[in-house]
Design a protein around this ligand. Structure first.
Ligand code: FEO
Length: 168
């Protein structure tokens, strides 16, 4: 086992550990959605959120690997998951977008902190997440629009959208 000597600033390490927690919390949130849609019989939506949950775990793993690469320690914290608004499809989709916007804010805070410290290596690492969050918000917004346009009051549209989401 290599000797541990922290390279990153303490505040940055704390923020990255918090980010790991929030990525894992996001996975929990999306697993709630997966269960909701499975129980509704909408297996395509369920699949879409299952893939999303898996991506969130990958995001947490990227942050963990980064801390280890920098010779710093990962501290896993208890996951405090938000309640699922699991009674209405559209509310579920909207809360998915809300969660992504929150994650974007956290990534931006982390970026701002790294910038203050002229920590270019962390900034470069975070670039991937900046782009990823743009993609995540776009996907969540598109899903809401497609639901509202085609599926909200139309069971044939809902069937078709569910089928498409199953192909993710
Ligand atoms: Fe890892 Fe969807 O933010």
């Amino acid at each position: 086992m290599k000797e541990v000597s922290p390279v990153l600033n303490k505040k940055l390490i704390d923020l990255i550990n918090l980010q790991i927690n929030k990525e894992l919390e996001s996975a929990y949130i999306y697993l709630d959605f997966t269960n909701y849609f499975t129980e509704r019989g909408l297996n395509g939506f369920a699949h879409w959120y299952k893939v999303q949950a898996e991506e969130e775990i990958e995001h947490a793993e990227k942050f963990m690997a980064f801390l280890h690469d920098e010779n710093d320690k990962v501290r896993l914290m208890a996951i405090d998951k938000a309640e699922c608004p699991c009674t209405d499809d559209l509310e579920v989709l909207k809360s998915g977008l809300k969660n992504e916007m929150y994650i974007t804010e956290l990534i931006n805070d982390l970026y701002g902190e790294a910038e203050k410290m002229n920590d270019y290596r962390t900034l470069r690492f975070l670039d991937w997440f900046i782009n990823e969050q743009a993609e995540e918000e776009k996907n969540a917004n598109e899903l809401i629009s497609r639901y509202e346009l085609f599926a909200k009051d139309c069971s044939a549209g809902l069937y078709q959208l569910d089928k498409e989401l199953g192909e993710r």
